[in-house]
Design a protein around this ligand. Structure first.
Ligand code: FMN
Length: 140
């Protein structure tokens, strides 16, 4: 089982309707591809984990990365996992709160230069822990 985590920056602040549109398509496609995962959103940035067959995850990621609704798509982590971390979600979704982000040191600085993904790529362990904390929750 292959897992890929990335962070990206929204082309603009997305409304709930736009987020729901993304999820509707994502859930249908992921169901067909046997892909599960979690999408987190907050003030203009996304964190997403995709898990499933390696070739399928990589092919889907290439499509997602080309989506004009976000940019500066940075891979945070890739690797094999023994079993799915998010078996319940063809794509779970949660909004990140301030207290969720307290887990990421330097986040306050990040807000002043919000396109700098190094906060996430250099703290990949913490990003994975943050994602894990949403295993049992989906906002819609
Ligand atoms: C942040 C973000 C996450 C996305 N996640 C997924 C996903 O998990 N699965 C998926 O099929 N599409 C996802 N999409 C949508 C794809 O980028 C794409 O629009 C969709 O797969 C339709 O692809 P197509 O236009 O090539 O048919 C996501 C888009 C964004 C902006």
């Amino acid at each position: 089982m292959f897992s890929l985590v990335y962070v990206s920056f929204a082309a603009h602040d997305l409304s709930d309707e736009e987020l729901k549109d993304i999820l509707k398509v994502a859930r249908e496609t992921n169901q067909q591809l046997g892909i599960t995962g979690m999408l987190l959103y907050r003030d203009g940035f996304f964190i997403q984990v995709l898990e499933g067959d390696e070739d399928k995850v990589k092919a889907l990621f290439a499509r997602i990365a080309a989506d004009p609704r976000h940019r500066n798509v940075l891979t945070v982590h890739t690797g094999q996992v023994e079993s799915r971390r998010f078996p319940d979600w063809t794509m779970g979704f949660n909004k990140l709160s301030d207290s969720d982000l307290d887990q990421l040191p330097g986040f306050t600085d990040f807000l002043s230069r919000p396109d700098d993904g190094t906060l996430f790529t250099q703290n990949s362990d913490r990003v994975l822990t943050l994602l894990d904390s949403f295993r049992n929750r989906s906002y819609y």
